[in-house]
Design a protein. Sequence first.
Length: 143
Amino acid sequence: MTALTQKAVSKKPLIKVAVGIIRNEFQQIFLTRRLEGKDFAQSWEFPGGKVEANESPEQALRRELEEEIGIMVIKAELYERFQFEYPKKVIELSFYLIEEWLNQPFGREGQDGFWIEQHALDSGQFPPANKKIIERLLSEKLD
Ligand SMILES: Nc1nc2c([nH]c(=O)n2[C@H]2C[C@H](O)[C@@H](COP(=O)(O)OP(=O)(O)OP(=O)(O)O)O2)c(=O)[nH]1
Ligand SMILES: [Mg+2]
């Protein structure tokens, strides 16, 4: 790689994002649909958002899930963390598995929210960064 390309790559901002894989006792996962006007509008997403300065990913997760879907997380377990390079930014995604929470999740910001069977997840509906995690969830042997 030339020095010039190297420089261009390293100049992309790194954005930390924390999201929740919220799973109920029926092995269904709660997803939301990204609103019009956002990047990846209309695509499915795990609820969550950007980690703010002076916040840990887990603190961001708790704040975002309260703001976006009205739940209070009781227990969150880090499921996977990786970086993914988009054309203009690199995101570091922390995925947390959440099986204990308070309140019924709903799209509190006007976005659609729905439960889907874990085995029916479709990576084509998510932003490209989610491919690996959807494959992992699909390959899990469920009880
Ligand atoms: N929430 C969420 N964001 C994702 C997923 N996959 C993925 O590539 N992203 C990207 C989209 C965004 O570029 C970035 C940040 O997510 P976000 O738009 O939810 O951030 P936020 O809630 O803080 O929203 P905002 O204040 O910027 O509007 O992460 C995912 O499964 N869930
Ligand atoms: Mg968000």
